[in-house]
Design a protein around this ligand. Structure first.
Ligand code: FE2
Length: 188
């Protein structure tokens, strides 16, 4: 039987992923994410529907009642993306379809001035089908679909990002602010 979302969630619970230290978890969860990207019989056509106001579409597949263990699929329209942001929880992303460009940023200021942040691009990674990237809570990245077709990826986070107090960064004005809460929909 295919390794799907239900089996993934059971494994996340078995790992007690909501309570474990991020750096221990990421190496254990990344292979599970790769596995779930192999047989994609669980992927529904509706996952490809983009919310035009955001340029992306987010379908929530799982979340515990305490908002831990968020599993969601994100579609990125061609040319669309999101500004640099952190998550303030651990994260694992695996590509399902197409390719998306992740740029990783490093913070260069001392973090003492409220609302102020200086970022410098550190490296880039193109995430394609079956490829994973992992995030520690303070890691900062931006995402862009530079291709001419939609890209789809599976995202696993320690906690629903609406409840982590994470930030979004503007690299032109050297400012940061609370990350806007994205619109999401449940799976059909
Ligand atoms: Fe992110």
């Amino acid at each position: 039987m295919a390794y799907g979302i239900e089996a993934l969630v059971e494994d996340l619970k078995r790992l007690d992923a909501a309570n474990a230290a991020p750096k221990d978890l990421l190496n254990q969860i990344a292979p599970l994410a790769e596995r779930v990207a192999q047989d994609q019989s669980w992927v529904q056509p509706s996952f490809y529907e983009v919310d035009e106001t955001q340029g992306i579409g987010i379908t929530v597949l799982h979340e515990e009642p305490d908002h831990s263990l968020l599993v969601e699929v994100i579609v990125w329209a061609p040319g669309k993306g999101v500004s640099p942001h952190d998550h303030q929880t651990w994260g694992v992303v695996v590509g399902l379809d197409g390719t998306e460009r992740n740029t990783f940023w490093q913070r260069k200021d001392d973090g003492l001035r409220k609302g102020h942040a200086i970022l410098k691009a550190h490296h880039e990674a193109d995430v394609g089908k079956g490829q994973t990237i992992v995030f520690m809570p303070d890691d900062i990245h931006s995402v862009q679909n530079l291709t001419e077709r939609p890209s789809l990826s599976l995202h696993i986070y320690g906690k629903n990002l609406a409840f982590t107090g994470r930030s979004e960064f503007d690299t032109e004005s050297n400012t940061m602010r609370p990350c806007p809460v994205r619109a999401k929909r449940p799976a059909l």
